[in-house]
Design a protein around this ligand. Structure first.
Ligand code: PEP
Ligand code: MG
Length: 607
């Protein structure tokens, strides 16, 4: 059966990127407003300019009212994503768009649509020059805000998503966050878009809502018509247009089996992750914003293993004050108590700073002034954050502190010195904090791995950041798509380093976590178990699947498997052996979630 799925290659199949697993079978509904036509004319006279400026201001005000209305009627499951719409409201009034458009209307005497188009183009150029892929991809927010104002200027109506009357698979060139937020869950079977990647809003929202979704499906909105029957596989990224009866039958069976499997693992998401021979691994969540605590808890995360605090500092005009930080951290600690919250101090890189910080141009930001280095150079920023964290630690005594990008003992001493000064200062002022606050470091720089034994004497825990450890050890810029194919967690060098950190940590009596993306990839579970990690921290959505696989594993088998793997010479050999192991032990993982991850040889094996 799986063979049919993998071998299918009819001309009516579109291959996209599966971003939210699940099967949807139903009628297509095309929602495409296309881009709004843009008129061009010069304005003559002050009166015409004032009138055009007023027209622009009203179009922005209407966009603001519409976004507010969408926010107020948002689906309850999407409430935690309100910040995306808040961001759109902020973009509406952004200097580079709002002020610049008004300037062009007044000074260059261009009509509002054209003036707006011009300022949007400049913002595009600015984004294109940024290094960070995530931030670069956020230009889509600017586009959808721009489209909204342009539609208002042209007097066009909003998308007709609200008016959909039957259960459909929505097909669009692109869906903005505001469009996606208006989706009526009960009427949306699935989503297909031409644009977007794993980190686009459509993908994030689809995963949050559990709607199967495929993005990056080229030409989908041209090939597919409203009323066509579609099958979409949100794991493999396949979209079948007007499928055969056999295909429909096959996918209905797969859909039912998947739904039963997901129900089963979600039901058990809150149980501890204990192997059959009773080895326990804590499964924790990585979060970027306070709002994600809900998803972390709902998915059964046992604590917050990594709070990337820098996200609260981005996308804003001024740096947050200590009090604002304290309130945010206090709320987080209270929400999670008695479970722990691991707060990583700022991991800002040059390209990630807001306009509130004057930072130097850097040719290679990944190797530049970022994270702990930046904090040690700009100590007021660091001290403000440390004060807020320490104060919040008094509330429930469940906070632990984590320093990013530590490269050696000297740097750690520096950071600890600042921490101790801040503690001393609070003590003198009789401001309470947790005196037993535990301190850990990210193990993500190869030099830190080499001196792990020395570092272990100085801290209470290690957290391995595989994203950066791989980047720095294999010399691959993690945001450079040209070398992305070399980014390999199974490189024997990486596995040896992880083992070295775990063994060294354990010899010194401190626990070790992995909190890079690798931790949330179910396929690596046998390796992490074999290494005997104490905890794994991952995006909240991965928690139920990883817990489920741990519960079905046998530690003794994983230990033997790891010994075999560590004797292999290439990542390819390791991958093949790992895939065979996972396929044998948990066949559903590939069938339901990631058939495309299998090597061609193994695909034939499962057919
Ligand atoms: C890592 O480097 O693996 C990590 C978890 O941190 P970040 O992705 O935030 O750099
Ligand atoms: Mg990192």
């Amino acid at each position: 059966m799986v063979h049919a799925l993998l071998m299918d290659g009819t001309p009516t199949t579109v291959q996209g990127i599966g971003v939210s697993p699940g099967i949807a079978i139903g009628k297509a509904y095309l929602v495409d407003h296309g881009s709004t036509p843009i008129a061009f004319h010069k304005l003559s006279g002050a009166a015409a300019e004032a009138e055009e400026a007023a027209r622009f201001e009203e179009a922005v005000a209407k966009a603001e009212r519409d976004l507010q209305a969408i926010k107020e009627s948002i689906h309850p499951d999407l409430k935690e994503h309100l910040h995306i719409l808040d961001a759109h409201q902020v973009i509406l009034r952004d200097r580079l768009i709002y002020d610049e458009t008004l300037r062009i209307i007044r000074e260059e005497k261009l009509n509002a649509q054209w003036a707006l188009k011009r300022s949007l183009r400049k913002v595009h150029e600015l984004f294109a020059s940024l290094e960070d892929e995530y931030i670069r991809s956020r230009v889509s927010d600017v586009d959808s805000v721009g489209e909204r104002i342009l539609r208002n200027l042209a007097g066009q109506e909003d998308l007709a998503i609200q008016g959909i009357r039957e259960r459909v698979i929505i097909v669009a060139k692109d869906l903005s966050a505001a469009d996606a937020a208006q989706l009526q869950l009960e009427r949306t079977l699935g989503l297909v878009t031409e644009m977007g990647g794993r980190t686009s809003h459509t993908s994030i929202l689809a995963r949050a809502l559990g709607i199967p979704a495929v993005v990056g499906a080229e030409k989908a909105s041209r090939i597919i018509h409203t009323g066509d029957i579609l099958i979409i596989d949100g794991a493999s990224g396949k979209v079948i247009i007007n499928p055969s009866e056999d295909q429909i039958g096959f996918y209905y069976e797969l859909q039912e089996a998947l739904e039963n499997y997901l129900k089963e693992i979600n039901r058990k998401a809150h149980l501890p992750a204990l192997t059959t021979d009773r080895y326990r691994v804590r499964v924790e969540a990585n979060i970027e914003l306070l709002e994600e605590v809900v998803a972390a808890k709902d998915n059964g995360a046992e604590s917050i293993g990594l709070y990337r605090t820098e996200f609260f500092f981005m996308n804003r005009d001024t740096a947050p004050e200590e009090e604002e930080l304290y309130q945010e951290y206090r709320e987080l600690a209270e929400l999670m108590a008695p479970q722990t919250v691991t707060m990583r101090t700022l991991d800002l890189g040059a390209e990630k700073l807001g306009p509130w910080f004057a930072h130097p141009e850097q040719v290679n930001p990944a190797l530049g002034l970022r994270a702990i280095r930046l904090c040690l150079q700009h100590q007021e920023l660091f001290r403000t954050q440390l004060r807020a964290i320490l104060r919040a630690s008094a509330v429930a005594r469940n906070i632990q502190l984590l320093f990013p990008l530590i490269s050696g003992v000297g740097e750690l001493y520096e950071a600890k010195r600042v921490l101790n000064e801040v503690r001393g200062d609070l003590e003198r002022r009789r401001i309470p904090f947790d005196p037993d606050l535990r301190l850990g470091i990210m193990m993500e720089v190869p030099s830190a791995v080499a001196v792990a034994d020395l570092l272990a004497l100085e801290v209470d825990f290690f957290s391995i950041g595989t994203n950066d450890l791989i980047q720095y050890s294999l010399a691959i810029d993690r945001v450079n798509e040209h070398v992305a194919y070399l980014f390999d967690p199974l490189h024997p060098g990486i596995l040896r380093m992880i083992k070295q950190v775990v063994d060294t940590g354990h010899r010194a009596g401190i626990p070790v976590t992995v909190c890079g993306e690798m931790a949330g990839e179910p396929i690596y579970v046998p390796i992490f178990l074999g290494l005997e990690l104490d905890s794994l921290s991952m995006n909240p959505q991965s928690v139920p699947r990883v817990k489920n696989l741990i519960r079905r594993s046998v530690l003794a088998h994983c230990r033997v498997f790891l010994t075999e793997v560590l004797n292999m010479r290439t990542a390819e050999q390791i991958r093949m052996s790992l895939q065979e192991m996972v396929l044998r032990t948990f066949p559903e993982e590939f069938k339901f979630f990631d058939p495309s991850a299998l090597s061609p040889k193994l695909r034939t094996a499962v057919a």
